[in-house]
Design a protein around this ligand. Structure first.
Ligand SMILES: Cc1ncc(COP(=O)(O)O)c(C=O)c1O
Length: 554
């Protein structure tokens, strides 16, 4: 049902017309009256049928629900309708207009998109071929001349399809990947079509407005202070970098050093983090020119031990310190004890940054918000919209309590840039030019509302608990973490056996689960982060897991 809605939504997004009397309305009325017609297509003239063509040289145009493809909304429906693209130009021999070329390419993209999305329910989750095979199918030689846009789209889709992993499938539980809410996906298409460089308020007021509204909603949902600066970045790594850079510069200023002078010759800075910080914060520290963190002890779930943190802070109380905490441990889903740690760090004048790539979203659910208690006292936060919120890649969110500190670290200037006194998006992200990636965030939030986001988080957590409970009943299986959120870590005996189960799960293809190492042991990790995951997906995954465990170890 979600896929059907999605297909309809993207169709509307591409066509851009929803009023009465629009082509879509025409389609509805034409369903009962029009018969399929056949037209020539340039691809088939060269003997290469496109998907949906029923033989060389012909392209079936459907008058209603597609009669040649397994898709409920087929853009062939609009052929011949009011305002529809004239598909007959090829027959007359006239060169297609740029509008026609573009519309054809978009229609092909929509068809391939619908085919892909409708395949997700049953296709094997892992890719069927490797990257070299796809590169061969694409053709490795730079073409001498131009090709039709629609043909390029066809080639891309047909060569790429076997090499795609069904990450948006409800049975993809690897990494922390998220899914795509239909409204966010359709809005993301609009972002490409609008093609706004989302940097200046005065130049693209629509995008500025949408992103500003979305930013306010985000702060409310995540329980963060209302006046924070919010930047829409590529992902949590970039959001970690943004928060860390804002903190670095503020600490340098407090120490009497202007950050524009660079780090060399400036006051030393310390970075402290829990032993189980995510690797991305180390990357972000490198980008920011800062040293690797000094690691403090964590408990069994990977949470920073406040006593160990105090000891670390006490060791050099005079050195300006950046403390990196975590909302949502990759393996356990656990949260650092913010109430104890943030206040403590502030006693030492530290800047506290929280990596909450997926876990910060617990705050949006009244039944899970206790996990983030005290997080709002930190100085900066990183999260992803492309994980728990189910916005398509790439979309992360950087939040800094003091908007001036964010602007000081990220602000871009140029005599040709038309600044707005209210502040511009360019001042809140590392990039200068960027796509309007806050728009799909707005769409997801507008579509789900407060209660929808909370229910989504609760459903993911409930499904994770279902996994843990059911895996716990499999003979020889062990759940290694306290399942408080969306992450489940399991072992199936010794490392060889666990790795064997991970490998057999991949070979089976019903679902995707990750292998990893945690606390010195091989583990199978499940991360529930796709709103499209159904209880049936969970059931089918558990069946596959039981098969993988039952299969004798070679
Ligand atoms: C806790 C945590 N932090 C940061 C990241 C990095 O996020 P991204 O890949 O969006 O940059 C991840 C990715 O899974 C994560 O789980």
């Amino acid at each position: 049902m979600v896929a059907g809605l999605l297909s309809a939504a993207v169709g509307v997004a591409l066509l851009g017309r929803v009023e009465a009397g629009s082509p879509l309305t025409t389609v509805t009325s034409s369903r009962t009256t029009k018969q399929p017609t056949r037209i020539a297509s340039s691809a088939s003239r060269r003997g290469r049928p496109r998907p949906g063509e029923d033989g060389p040289g012909t392209l079936t145009v459907c008058p209603g629900p597609c009669q040649t493809r397994d898709v409920p909304v087929c853009l062939h429906e609009v052929a011949g309708g009011e305002g529809a693209v004239d598909e007959t130009v090829d027959r007359t021999g006239d060169a297609p207009s740029p509008d026609t070329v573009r519309d054809r390419a978009l229609r092909r993209a929509h068809e391939h998109a619908a085919t892909w999305l409708h395949s997700l329910g049953d296709r094997p989750v892992p890719a069927r071929v490797d990257a070299d095979t796809v590169a061969d199918a694409l053709g490795r030689e730079l073409p001498d001349g131009p090709a039709e846009a629609a043909d390029v789209v066809d080639l891309l889709a047909s060569a790429g399809e076997p090499g795609l992993t069904a990450m948006p499938s409800g049975r993809f539980f690897g990494f922390v990947t998220g899914g795509s809410h239909p409204a966010a996906l359709a809005a993301d298409w609009l972002v490409s079509v609008w093609d706004q460089n989302a940097i200046l308020r005065k130049v693209t007021p629509a995008v500025a407005a949408v992103e500003e509204v979305a930013a306010g909603w985000l702060l409310e949902l995540l329980g963060l202070p209302g006046g924070c600066g919010v930047g829409f970045v590529t992902g949590a790594t970039a959001a970690n970098f943004t928060g860390i850079a804002a903190g670095r510069d503020e600490l340098l200023r407090r120490a009497g050093w202007d950050p524009v002078r660079g780090l060399a010759g400036g006051p030393p800075l310390r970075v402290v983090a829990g032993r189980e910080r995510h690797d991305s914060v180390e990357l972000a520290l490198r980008y920011a020119g800062l040293p690797r963190p000094e690691l403090v002890d964590v408990d069994r779930e990977g949470r920073v031990v406040p006593g160990a943190l105090r000891e670390a802070l006490d060791a050099s109380p005079a050195v300006p310190t950046l403390l990196l905490l975590q909302a949502g441990n990759l393996h356990s889903g656990a949260f650092d004890p913010f109430e104890a740690c943030v206040g403590l760090a502030h006693e030492y004048g530290a800047w506290v940054h929280v990596d909450g790539a997926f876990g910060l979203w617990a705050a949006a659910s009244p039944s899970h918000a206790h996990l983030t208690a005290g997080v709002e006292a930190a100085d900066s936060w990183a999260t992803d919209a492309h994980k728990t919120l189910n916005v398509p890649y790439d979309c992360g969110i950087a939040v800094v309590r003091d908007p001036a500190a964010l602007t000081a670290a990220m602000g871009g200037h140029g005599d040709y840039l038309i600044a707005d006194a209210a502040g511009d998006a360019i001042d809140r992200v590392p990039e200068m030019s960027r796509r309007a990636r806050g728009v799909p965030v707005w769409a997801a939030l507008r579509a789900m509302g407060r209660s929808g986001v909370a229910q989504m988080v609760d459903r993911m957590c409930a499904q994770a608990r279902t996994f843990a409970d059911a895996i716990g009943t499999i003979e020889g299986a062990e759940i290694l973490n306290d399942v408080v959120l969306t992450q489940v870590c399991a072992a199936f005996g010794d490392d060889d056996r666990t790795q064997g189960v991970v490998a057999r799960m991949l070979r089976d293809g019903t679902a995707w689960t990750s292998g990893s190492r945690w606390h010195g042991r091989a583990v199978l990790r499940l991360s529930v982060s796709n709103a499209a995951t159904t209880d049936d997906d969970v059931h089918r995954t558990l069946e596959a897991l039981r098969r993988a465990v039952a299969e004798p170890q070679p």
